[in-house]
Write a new protein. Sequence first.
Length: 144
Amino acid sequence: MNQLQNSRDVELTVHEGGDDGETGVDERLVRTAKVLQAPLLTNDAALSQVARLQGVSVLNLNDLARALRPVVVVGDEIELSLVKEGREQHQAVGYLPDGTMIVVNHARTRLGKNATVVVASALQNRCGTVDFCRVEGTFRPAVQ
């Protein structure tokens, strides 16, 4: 809050309202946004839904982060820093700027270095997407 108040790029106004103790925080936030005719910025999915139902414009930060996440598809080349060992002995792991884990097969010897990798496949799990890659210029047939 202090950084926002001191920023020359942001106009910040703090509205102090009476806390009647009978309404919840979410209700007060939605009511204040309606009165000020201002959009609501939140990472709370339930608050987003309640505000939208009441006609308040909402930007959910989680939705924004998902929308800005880079999309990689099979065949894409990525420049990647290999920072740790993978689960298998031959694997190395790197991360995209958004935190997406990239597992690079046959790259353990390149740990601590940058490599151009090619996306070979992707796996969706409960935490997000894990992309499996190979070092550019190498080809390893699938094990059957």
